[in-house]
Design a protein around this ligand. Sequence first.
Ligand SMILES: Nc1ncnc2c1ncn2[C@@H]1O[C@H](COP(=O)(O)OP(=O)(O)OP(=O)(O)O)[C@@H](O)[C@H]1O
Length: 428
Amino acid sequence: MFEQQAKEKVSAIPWVKGVDVKMTAQPAKPLIADDVPAGLKKVSNIVAVSSCKGGVGKSTVAVNLAYSLAQMGARVGIFDADIYGPSLPTMVSPDVRVLQMNPETRAIIPTEYLGVKLVSFGYAGQGSAIMRGPMVSGVINQFLTTTDWGELDYLVIDMPPGTGDIQLTLCQVVPLTAAVIVTTPQKLAFIDVAKGVRMFSKLKVPCIAVVENMCFFEGDDKRYYPFGQGSGAQVVQQFGIPNLFELPIRPELSAAGDTGNPEVVVDPQGQVADIFSNIGVCVVQQCAKLRQQVSTAVMYDRAINAIRVKVPGTTEEFLLHPATVRRNDRSAKSIDEWSGEQKLRYTDIAENIEPESIRPMGNYAVAINWPDGFSQIAPYDQLASLERLVDVPEPVPVPENIVASTDSSPIKDAGAAAILSHARRLQT
Ligand SMILES: Nc1ncnc2c1ncn2[C@@H]1O[C@H](COP(=O)(O)OP(=O)(O)OP(=O)(O)O)[C@@H](O)[C@H]1O
């Protein structure tokens, strides 16, 4: 679309004789915080594929989605987080079927199939042991975080089925960008999906799509819906999830999975590949949108000396005085961890303090750097609970023919007015 429009627009200029458009892309930098495990630092987007019940086709969706993204040119990895019944070794057939370890860094090196990096317990070279929940969580997290994933655009996590402790801790260890929920069309499945959506929403991970698997089959030029229709649409409506995809029941999909070659690779022009390509486009677009929302969620507006907060996923927007944010730091530097006693005093922070930089940390917090070298982690929940600035005059827009950098520019005047108004409000 870009290419075509660029060609049209440039060709329309009377003196242009020919147009040659070269398209390039800059991979988005990871939005991930500093405390993320080293092996995940160069991963731009982490997408969880989840279902609340086993056997609904979650692994089939995860694997085909991953290969569909790879077919679009993205660098992709799959982490099969199911320790009891890993599916990846059956669904893809890499030449090297045992994971190696880098002897120096002691990091796990993923194996690869058709350019997609793969990690699964099925490649760990041992039968799956009998483990209790906390042990399983520990092993899954260790596996995921000690793998050197290298530079990836998308890491697809095939989550273990359910919404218990294992899933919760996994979601807390890695900063998930988004979740895709897989379900089947039965009415009963709706209840399970609701559980999944609630789990992700508690963790502030947006669900970007619902894939309703085994929806229909085709015969006599007709589509049959053996399990009925409408459950997926109900999920989309009730939880505001923007996208619903219907996958057919197809023997090829099952056969491809069993023979170690994903269906989108076996038949890249087929109906199933087409649906997965749409799911892939949706993931790409939604992740980009979320990154945009997150990266502009908290910004310092120098013109009015206020921190602007737009909580991602909501329409709420409010203003905070920078000094209020800094004074309400909840870290051990400001509050004694044991006694709860306030160590940071109100007067320690100058009234006119300004943040130096603000960076998003996953979907839940921002890291704010202050001129005194302090790096504050401020969760959105906490920002939302602080005293807000009200009646802050918006800066007067600069007319186009006025250069904004002169000393008497309207922006600076409006800024001064805003500061005065803050001062007055704070005094009262
Ligand atoms: N749309 C489909 N048409 C036909 N067969 C399918 C379809 N989706 C999945 N299957 C088959 O159903 C079985 C279960 O699928 P899959 O392993 O993807 O489910 P799962 O939800 O990941 O299961 P688990 O929770 O046990 O890991 C597989 O044999 C798979 O090939």
